[in-house]
Design a protein around this ligand. Structure first.
Ligand code: AMP
Ligand code: GLY
Length: 431
């Protein structure tokens, strides 16, 4: 069975690893374009994740049996529709379904149409209209926080949680006039009530009708310990039973997941693939901040390390629309992923240093996010996020200890990581 994974980060390394480690059949994994670490598990294919014409031609020439897409950009651009129009098997949402992530305005209007609990919002298609909404007082007094979100995909640069009205006005200027999130991403913005609470990520596999939940996870988005500094793609993640209690999970299922899947079917785009819900657990119950139409990074690393069922059988069940008949099992306990990044990330970062100590680590999986391999087999830190040190254990404390023990043995010039991943969950200040 030949499988192609599209993407090049820690998420795709974890998917590749899980396919090889859970598979009961003989799988030959290819990854386009992949990275140095993924090359240990898969054959790298030098085609960009966004070049669907080249990917299609590769899949046809190599007789690839199944393709899975990691990142959001190709999904929004319609790679699934392009493959399906040629009769090529692929797992992921169509462009119509990917609007749940690709347009914040579409996602918020969809939530409103289906009564899904979320922050109050308005959408604006000009800076003057956005300023008018912010100044109207409907999102609170001038010293009250308010959230501004670029409508389109913005690689994590499109959301500003402004602490007051004047910061919100600056954010509107930056996004809509100076276009800091990209040329078209903020042609429209969503202005949103700022919610307070603790965040949780719930991911699920869906075949359009039935779904299978993954263990709830939590990302750590800020670069600095204690959740300070700029947002990143994610500096660490955990899965642990403390993230969502059973009652809250039931509420998420009945008020968010089931209406979402039913709503997508009713509106003509049954959701097939991996759906990610970014939730805020507020004093008045869980509220949906956002949808992602794919695996999260680095949530995936912490989630898939606990998967016991053959990942390929899950992908096939999504395609064959028989997820209901599949029993998906996860290891007991908890897991953690601690991301090690290059100095300077998430801004301009240094790169090119030799990574030492990888052969000294045990008890963890090292998922590579941004490395290349030199001819002598050593690894070079080439990305912003470089490695995701990931472990599972009977409890969160032990999983974290494994990650940090491994990190003590790894080094490169310019390496940085947070030493407080999972700490709030451990000290009980969460929930
Ligand atoms: P999003 O891409 O919509 O998940 O936003 C990125 C991050 O911004 C989230 O993970 C939250 O930390 C924060 N955020 C988004 N919307 C809100 C909101 N309404 N209230 C408070 N924080 C928010
Ligand atoms: N970790 C959040 C994301 O993948 O968007």
């Amino acid at each position: 069975m030949k499988i192609l994974i599209i993407g090049s980060g820690g998420r795709e390394h974890a998917i590749t690893w899980a396919l090889r480690h859970t598979s009961v059949s003989d799988v030959e994994v290819y990854c386009a374009p992949g990275n140095g670490g993924i090359a240990q598990e898969a054959r790298l294919v030098a085609i960009s994740a966004d070049d669907s014409a080249e990917l299609i031609s590769f899949v046809q020439t190599e007789n690839i049996d199944l393709t899975f897409v990691g990142p959001e950009a190709p999904l929004s651009a319609g790679i699934v529709d392009a493959f399906e129009s040629k009769g090529l098997p692929i797992v992921g949402p169509t462009a119509a379904a990917a609007r749940l992530e690709g347009s914040k305005v579409f996602a918020k209007d969809f939530m409103a149409r289906h009564g899904i609990p979320t922050a109050l919002y308005r959408s604006a298609d000009s800076a003057s209209q956005a300023l008018e909404f912010v100044r109207s007082g409907e999102f609170g007094s001038p010293d009250h926080p308010v959230v501004i979100k670029a409508d389109g995909l913005a690689a994590g640069k499109g959301v500003v949680v402004a602490s007051n009205r004047s910061e919100a006005e600056t954010a509107i200027g930056n996004l809509m006039i100076d276009k800091v999130a990209g040329s078209n991403a903020a042609d429209r913005v969503v202005i949103e009530e700022a919610l307070s609470g603790v965040e949780a990520s719930v991911l699920l596999f869906s075949d359009g009708r039935d779904y299978v939940l993954m263990p709830p996870a939590r990302d750590h988005k800020r670069i600095g310990e204690g959740d300070v500094g700029p947002n990143t793609g994610g500096m660490g993640s955990i899965t642990d039973s403390s993230i969502l209690d059973h009652e809250t999970m039931r509420e998420v299922v009945s008020r968010v997941i089931e209406p979402t899947l039913a709503g997508a079917r009713e509106e003509g785009f049954p959701f097939r693939g991996v759906l990610f819900l970014g939730l805020m657990l507020t004093a008045t119950g869980p509220k949906l901040l956002e949808y992602n139409v794919r695996f999260g990074d680095p949530e995936t690393q912490a989630i898939l390390i606990r998967l016991k069922t053959d990942l390929l059988s899950i992908f096939q069940a999504i395609r064959n629309q028989n997820l209901a008949g599949l029993r998906v099992e996860w290891s007991q306990g908890a897991s953690a992923c601690v991301v090690a990044a290059n100095r300077g990330y998430p801004g301009a970062y240094e790169k090119g240093a030799l990574i030492r100590g990888l052969d000294q680590v045990t008890g963890v999986e090292v998922f590579h996010a941004g490395t290349s391999r030199s001819t002598d087999g050593s690894f070079i830190a080439t990305g912003g996020r470089v490695l995701g040190i990931t472990a599972t254990a009977e409890d969160l404390k032990s999983a974290l200890a494994r990650c940090y023990d491994a990190l003590d043995r790894i080094e490169w010039e310019g390496m940085q990581y947070r030493r407080d991943i999972g700490r709030r969950a451990l000290t009980g200040s969460v929930n």
